[in-house]
Design a protein around this ligand. Sequence first.
Ligand SMILES: Nc1nc2c(c(=O)[nH]1)N[C@H]1C(S)=C(S)[C@@H](COP(=O)(O)O)O[C@H]1N2
Ligand SMILES: [Mo]
Length: 343
Amino acid sequence: MELLLETIVKPLPAHLFTRHEASAEMRWEAMAGQPLLTPTDRFFVRNHTTTPTIDASTWRLRLHGDALRNELDLTYDQLKAMPAQTRETAIECAGNGRRFYGEQQHDQTPGTQWGLGAIGVARWRGVPLRYLLAQVGISPKATDLLPQGLDAPFEGYGHVRRPLPAEKAMDDVLVAYEMNGEPLPPDHGFPVRLVVPGWVGIASIKWLGDIQVATTHLSSPWNTEFYKDVRVHPPKSAFELPWNAEFTAGEPYVLRGRSWSGAGTVTRVEVSTDEGRTWREARTNPHPAWSTWQIDWTPEKRGPATLRARATDESGETQPASTPTHPFGYHFNAVVHHPIHVR
Ligand SMILES: Nc1nc2c(c(=O)[nH]1)N[C@H]1C(S)=C(S)[C@@H](COP(=O)(O)O)O[C@H]1N2
Ligand SMILES: [Mo]
């Protein structure tokens, strides 16, 4: 008999999630009818190893390094007593959409075969990292931070850790202890995680225990081997529909979906229901975390078909028809062909 090691604490019902080894992907139909935020019960989980059990009363965040005037060992209560901010923002895995390199471009890449569900938007609350850094007297010469997780070491590489430029750390990063109005759940980093808006998910270190702050360049396997050369998410789109959704010819429908980009708010979304020959503009509700949109459609032709959505963000970047080959399958941002069937 095979022993199934549970790597994730929260329930993963099959109508909300697709399992991928130690991780779990949200099914996009689970966002249908939801307001802006992804409910925590369906927020994707990406674990390198296993969700750890951490006691908040003995947890400490250690801040140290040659770029700090003082070292600090912070307790959970001390952190929660500091000035806090709330921010609605997405966390997305750099490998989100990897499956489509293979399925759509005949260019299979190794790694978790995510569809489009390795993204979620939550309301995060915590202390701005720049406030914490000011408390410990960060030097203007600081260049890099190295935040590290308290989860088990990953294979032979040590604890999950990834350098973060001081410039981003001093901008909009949160040291978060709440998700959607509740303490962070174990799978999402309890008691404390980083939230790094717009950047690949690996930047948002969960189960945060240690931050080195240095005046020199820092590196780790998480920027030299894994997640190399990826930083800000390109625009992407998804329909709030199951794969192979069924429609009835002659019936009016409202197609709904969401589009997002790490480089700025998505301001324009176009939809094609004829395999990319013609495009119509969707009614879009722009939001920096992700923009929701809708468009009316009455299918006419019976048989298999695909739906396509194409987003443009405020920087002017539009989703392309195909994504250049990437050795690790990151940043698949081409328009996805969502298969449906019209009866
Ligand atoms: N300590 C630690 N932090 C981590 C990870 C991890 O395995 N360990 N996974 C990273 C990756 S690759 C992603 S995409 C996000 C996923 O966050 P979520 O599981 O809360 O959705 O967390 C990041 N932070
Ligand atoms: Mo990730």
